[in-house]
Design a protein around this ligand. Structure first.
Ligand code: NDP
Length: 300
């Protein structure tokens, strides 16, 4: 069997297209432009790249982008004061604080200072609780993107066996909650799981969110299973020249693609969906803030 490749890049472009269309609709009908504020503290190079591309794509879908770049030694009080201003700003519908924060800032305190209705990353404790109890919430972007791709591929997920490898608060746990919400039978595996290969072999759906290059080989995959590879790992690529690197996922793509029914590649799978879902969440937040209907096909 050769797996169908789930093209996250194309899927993300489709999601952004839907967002852009609905943003244009809101502008025309109500004169309101959804706005996303991104806060970056310090000069972490990877974070700078993410923030730049988030800002660019926000503008591309017709939303307002507000970037706040603060010095690495910004005090917690100053950061909290900025968040309070953004919470109160009616032009800002979504607030994202780029993580990780410099060590002197308490991430939990900062994230929980964001108005939960504007918490487009879905990391606020209220949103975590709402998701865990099956209530309407802001859903973390990466798992939301995975869910959208799974729904598009399978239609109904009801009754399928799903294994999520990884139990982080930003990917593994919310992913498992979403799959449970869609009536999968969910197993969450982690570093202490016994006989991981056997656990993975039972799964109709495998979501790998570990951060270990090509850890899941093809012979762990049940024939025909759907494999969603969240991992982003940079490894040396001497074949491209001295000192060169390339990105790989947590799944050994070639061997897994020979067995799976469908698989997301790295790069070009889950990654592009994460920013698309951030834009979708900002639109959702704007609609909810104004009491308008939820955007079509863009929420959990
Ligand atoms: P974390 O490091 O927070 O969590 C990793 C999880 O993997 C932990 O629960 C850990 O278990 C588990 N784990 C580690 N080793 C093993 C093992 N040998 N067997 C089974 N489980 C193991 O990572 P994140 O969830 O933040 O990220 C995971 C990956 O996804 C990373 O590569 C990251 O770069 C990528 N990522 C990609 C995004 C995207 O947009 N595509 C967005 C976010 C993340 P334990 O809890 O027991 O330690």
């Amino acid at each position: 069997m050769t797996a169908e490749i789930i093209d996250g890049k194309a899927f993300a472009a489709e999601v952004r297209g839907k967002v852009a269309e609905q943003v244009a609709g809101l502008k025309a009908a109500h004169g309101v432009t959804p706005g996303l504020a991104v806060v970056l503290v310090g000069e972490d190079p990877a974070s700078q790249v993410y923030v730049r591309s988030k800002g660019k794509m926000t503008v591309e879908v017709g939303m307002a982008s507000f970037e706040h770049r603060l010095d690495a030694d910004t005090s917690e009080a100053d950061l909290l004061a900025l968040i309070a201003r953004l919470n109160a700003d009616p032009e800002v519908h979504g607030i994202l604080v780029q993580l990780p924060l410099p060590g002197h800032l308490n991430e939990d305190l900062v994230i929980n200072a964001i108005d939960p209705a504007k918490d487009v990353d879905g990391f606020h404790i209220s949103n975590v609780g709402l998701l865990g109890t099956g209530q309407k919430s802001m859903v973390p972007c990466t798992p939301l993107g995975c869910l959208m791709m799974l729904r598009a591929h399978h239609g109904s997920l009801s009754g399928l066996d799903a294994v999520v490898i990884g139990r982080s608060n930003i990917v593994g746990k919310p992913m498992a909650q979403l799959l449970l919400g869609d009536s999968c039978t969910v197993t969450i595996a982690h570093s202490r799981t016994k006989d991981l290969p056997e656990v993975v072999r039972r799964a109709d759906i495998v979501v790998a969110a570990v951060g270990r290059p090509e850890m899941v080989p093809g012979d762990w995959i049940k024939p025909g299973a759907t494999v969603i590879d969240v991992g982003i790992n940079r490894i040396p690529a001497p074949e491209k020249g001295a000192g060169k690197t390339r990105l790989v996922g947590d799944v050994a793509f070639d061997s897994a693609a020979a067995v799976a029914g469908a698989i997301t590649p790295v790069p070009g799978g889950v990654g592009p969906m994460t920013i698309a879902c951030l834009l979708a969440n900002t639109l959702t937040a704007c609609c909810r803030a104004n009491g308008w209907p939820e955007p079509e096909g863009l929420t959990a």
